[in-house]
Design a protein around this ligand. Sequence first.
Ligand SMILES: Cc1cc2nc3c(=O)[nH]c(=O)nc-3n(C[C@H](O)[C@H](O)[C@H](O)COP(=O)(O)O)c2cc1C
Length: 184
Amino acid sequence: MEPITIFGFAGSLRKGSYNKALLRTALQLLPKDAKLEIFDLEGIPLFNQDMEKQMPEKVKEFKAKIKGADAILVATPEYNYSMPGVLKNAIDWASRPYGDNSFEGKPVAIMSASPGMFGGARAQYHLRQTLVFLDMHPVNKPEVMVPFAHEKVNEQGIIADAKTREKIKDLLESMVAWTRKLRQ
Ligand SMILES: Cc1cc2nc3c(=O)[nH]c(=O)nc-3n(C[C@H](O)[C@H](O)[C@H](O)COP(=O)(O)O)c2cc1C
């Protein structure tokens, strides 16, 4: 069976990001029939509609990698009960120009981590609203929302908490099964 190719990115530029840690952990927990490439949003400039016909190189690269992947994995922080501008900005670039939405029809899975007690749940629901317009197909369950993330990440920047790791593993398995199902 051909492996499912997953393209993942986190909505944080922070070196010690808990959401980047979720993606690194996902690399360890991937099903055998899947591959994951992680992309850093550092260097994607602020969206300017005047530039959408001559996109910056980093945005071209981002769009090409999204298009080339079978499925998308997003790890989002929660900023002021929503997704960070860094993530929304990258999504806006990749959705343009009109008629060239790189995300169209792709399956997507979401994770979030926060030091707070809700684990980024509210950001996930805002992100899900955006996914509707992008015409993506989100995995609904399990929901990976990681509260008190600072207590769950080890010094290597990996999620060490066993229950959280189990959830991430389940999400990846659901994501691969969902991607294969959508292909049928
Ligand atoms: C501008 C700003 C707004 C924030 N708002 C929230 C919030 O609404 N809910 C929450 O749980 N954490 C909030 N936080 C804390 C973030 O969850 C925390 O900084 C987290 O570490 C960010 O994710 P990262 O570790 O992947 O960079 C906020 C942080 C910043 C900088």
